[in-house]
Write a protein that binds this ligand. Structure first.
Ligand code: NDP
Ligand code: MG
Length: 392
């Protein structure tokens, strides 16, 4: 039986990489549904190639454009639009596995729908877990879903941990998340404030979406990943560490009680964790070039500089703060990154927006999707006000 797959965010960087792996295994996977937001031509090309039953565009005008083009080409794919259509695909009985690759908190509702419906849930969309926290994990437990990490660091940890999850706590000392350090690791500190969106989006090793690229430049991506690791692996914040490893050969590590360290290595290419999520517990070809130890010059490590990356510490602070704080931090950061990309604030002001929003929004313990969305909206409104006050 083929695994029936829905790819949420198929027109993005993770979505495209997922389809690249899937295309190598037509015998294993059937693409049932694809979703995007605005990239009509990219979605049209994916529909021609993978013939999904349904394609959804989050934006209605873009869905209409897609529908016209699908009709002209006489394709059989049904076109729908809007967030609720994406949510219903995530929970549909026609789907076995859901790749969650929407960017930002917009992916939370479909992730929860997939979790409640007991799907195999491949989670790239880290913001959904950062915002959803315990509510997300409860939906996974109650729905009987299988949650598989796609973020390369979390896939590495998942591969390095013993299979018996119940005994992790006793055997594991700490989790070590690796980070490339992003495009500004060695840039003159005095010029960081003037960094442009183009410079921030020029990641040294990966071509990624613009939001995660800016997060890599501020290291807020690693902050979100610390929170993600805390939830995924049930680790207290004091047992999660971050180390900069510019070559990105080691994708993360687990240190055990006896001082032994397990790491997962490989060429930096998102198709590796994607292929692992798709095939777990088996392994399939990912299309990634093999690591060549004969040409590997060096693997180096550095401690993150808190002056250069002030946002990183917010992860531990938010994990220790009252429930809902991680959702506030995520909302602030999404608003701040969007404002930076629109050139409304400077690069260094992203952190200022995050700090000020955390100071002025008192979270409440969210008990479900509605409460989470309400808190997210409240934090976004506060962050927009802060942005307005700072705007260039
Ligand atoms: P992209 O920006 O490249 O892609 C995002 C996708 O989501 C696109 O398909 C986009 O549609 C769609 N989308 C955007 N906004 C909405 C919305 N409001 N509702 C529904 N769909 C929407 O991002 P990435 O692929 O880089 O990242 C996706 C997720 O994976 C993020 O959470 C990121 O942190 C995570 N991740 C990414 C990695 C990477 O290497 N790229 C690595 C590890 C994690 P369209 O383009 O058609 O407008
Ligand atoms: Mg990552």
């Amino acid at each position: 039986m083929k695994q029936r797959l829905a790819i949420l965010g198929s027109t993005g960087s993770i979505g495209v990489n997922t389809l690249d792996v899937v295309a190598r295994h037509a015998d294993r996977f059937e693409v049932v549904a694809l979703t995007g937001a605005t990239q009509v031509d990219a979605m049209l090309a994916q529909c021609e190639r993978f013939c999904p039953r349904i394609a959804v565009m989050a934006s209605a005008p873009h869905a209409q454009q897609l529908a016209e083009k699908i009709k002209q080409k006489r394709l059989l794919t049904q076109v729908e639009s809007g967030a609720s259509a994406i949510e219903s695909i995530a929970g549909s009985t026609d789907v076995d596995a859901v790749m969650a690759a929407i960017v930002g908190a917009a992916g939370l509702a479909p992730c929860l729908a997939a979790a409640r419906a007991g799907k195999r849930l491949l989670l790239a969309n880290k913001e959904a877990l950062v915002v959803g926290g315990e509510v997300f994990l409860r939906a996974v437990r109650e729905g009987g879903a299988t949650l598989l990490p796609i973020d390369s660091e979390h896939s590495a940890i998942f591969q390095s941990l013993p299979e018996d999850a119940a005994t992790w706590g006793e055997r594991v000392d700490k989790i070590l998340l690796t980070s490339s350090g992003g495009p500004f690791r060695t840039r003159d500190l005095a010029t960081l404030r003037d960094a442009t969106p183009e410079q921030a989006c020029a990641h040294p090793n990966f071509a990624m979406g613009r939001k995660i690229s800016v997060d890599s430049a501020t290291m807020m991506n690693k902050a979100l990943e610390v929170i993600e690791a805390g939830y995924l692996f049930g680790m207290p914040p004091e047992r999660i560490e971050v180390v900069i490893h510019p070559q990105q050969i080691i994708h993360s590590m687990v240190q055990f009680r006896d001082a032994s360290v397990m790491a997962q290595l490989g060429t930096p290419d998102m198709r590796v964790p994607i292929a692992y999520g798709l095939s777990w517990p088996e392994r399939i070809e990912s299309g990634t070039p093999r690591l060549d130890f004969n040409t590997l010059a060096a693997m180096t490590f550095e401690v993150p500089d808190p002056q250069r990356f002030p946002g990183l510490q917010l992860a531990w602070d938010a994990l220790r703060a009252p429930p809902g704080t991680c959702a506030v931090l995520n909302a602030a950061n999404e608003v701040a990154v969007a404002a930076f990309l629109e050139r409304a604030i400077r690069f260094d002001q992203i952190h200022a927006v995050n700090l000020m929003t955390l100071e002025c929004v008192q979270p409440h313990a969210p008990d479900g999707l509605e409460a989470l969305l309400h808190l997210d909206a409240r934090a976004r409104a506060a962050a927009r006000e802060v942005v307005h006050g700072l705007a260039l």
